[in-house]
Design a protein. Structure first.
Lengths: 71, 258
């Protein structure tokens, strides 16, 4: 996997992917653990089982959600 | 009565109280209140991870998904699309396919948008979700949601967070009488007597957040709700006496000293 540097939209903000462009690498950089978050890329939910195969691309719109207090 | 249990979406629960996790001071207080409530099902909201302020702490570190059935909600969603999208994301966290569907119709009252809730429920049921819809205390809307295949219906007692108690016990009675799925009274409970009243009407369960989290002592109120729900349920099963306008003596009328 060749290192790269490009911009994505992450949770509504511009974010620079620098290095490994895989989804697991992004989650690791952000200290997000599997089983605690879910990911959507360009409005399509990424199934948990496919995380390892997903690579980010320039301009991707990425949403990462987690659970917070609510009723 | 010891064997009384609550079946929801194919699972058996012993507590009939579902608690929310909103409005607590911190995760530690949330956990303590959930424990005090005896609840086995816990609602959570779905929100973007805060990227700029990364705390590694997560609600699920305090509310263990192995111990509790996590029930993600779609609070804050005003359209079918938003609600369905939120559920699809929530499912990929990996805590199951039970969702609390809310499609809000109005910001001030937070009353549900009934047609949109029905439409979203149809899509979600088709996608294999076990849908628990928050809905107005409207018997026809509840019938439709059950027909579609919702796992339960969750009529409101009063507006969310209002603490006004059971505003329309007669509609709730009709909903409960007609119900072919569990009826969980959601929203509006203010204190323990409201919870007992809902259970005495025959509700299968109750979802409470604000009344516990907003109490001066949330842990004590969590326990009060637990006991009220147990008492209300037992009273319902016991079968209350008829209400009569005039007195009926409870002591014998014969053998009086004259």
């Amino acid at each position: 996997m060749s290192p790269s540097c490009f911009a994505i939209q992450l949770n509504g903000e511009e974010y620079t992917v620098d290095g490994d462009p895989s989804l697991p690498a992004l989650l690791e950089r952000l200290k997000m653990r599997r089983g605690r978050v879910a990911v959507e890329i360009n409005q399509a939910v990424v199934p948990r089982a496919q995380y390892d195969a997903v690579r980010l691309n320039p301009g991707d719109i990425v949403e990462v959600i987690n659970f917070v207090g609510g009723g | 009565m010891e064997h009384d249990h609550f079946e929801l979406a194919g699972k058996v629960f012993h507590s009939r109280l579902i608690v929310g996790t909103g409005k607590y001071r911190d995760f530690a207080e949330t956990r303590a209140a959930v424990e005090a409530s005896g609840a086995e099902i816990v609602t959570v909201a779905v929100r973007r991870v805060n990227i700029s302020d990364r705390k590694s702490e997560n609600l699920l570190d305090y509310i263990d998904p192995k111990r509790y059935q996590i029930l993600p909600n779609t609070a804050g969603c005003y359209t079918v699309e938003e609600a369905v999208r939120t559920c699809r994301l929530a499912r990929e966290v990996g805590v199951g396919d039970l969702v609390k569907l809310e499609v809000i119709g109005d910001q001030k009252t937070l009353f549900p948008d009934v047609p949109a809730t029905i439409e979203a429920a149809k899509i979600l049921v088709k996608e294999g979700f076990k849908v628990l819809p928050y809905i107005t205390d409207d018997p026809v809307a509840c019938l439709r949601l059950a027909e579609i295949g919702c796992a339960a219906v969750m009529p409101l007692a009063a507006p969310i967070g209002s603490g006004m108690g059971i505003r329309n016990p007669f509609n709730l009675r009709i909903i409960i009488e007609q119900a072919k799925v569990p009826v969980i009274v959601d929203a509006g409970v203010g204190t323990a007597s409201d919870a007992a009243e809902a259970m005495e009407l025959g509700a299968d369960g109750l979802l409470i957040n604000s009344a516990i989290a907003g109490a001066k002592d949330p842990l004590a109120m969590a326990r009060a709700m637990k006991l009220a729900i147990e008492a209300g349920r037992i009273a319902y099963l016991a079968g209350r006496i008829e209400q009569k306008l005039y007195a009926t003596a409870s002591s014998p009328l014969s053998g009086l000293i004259r």
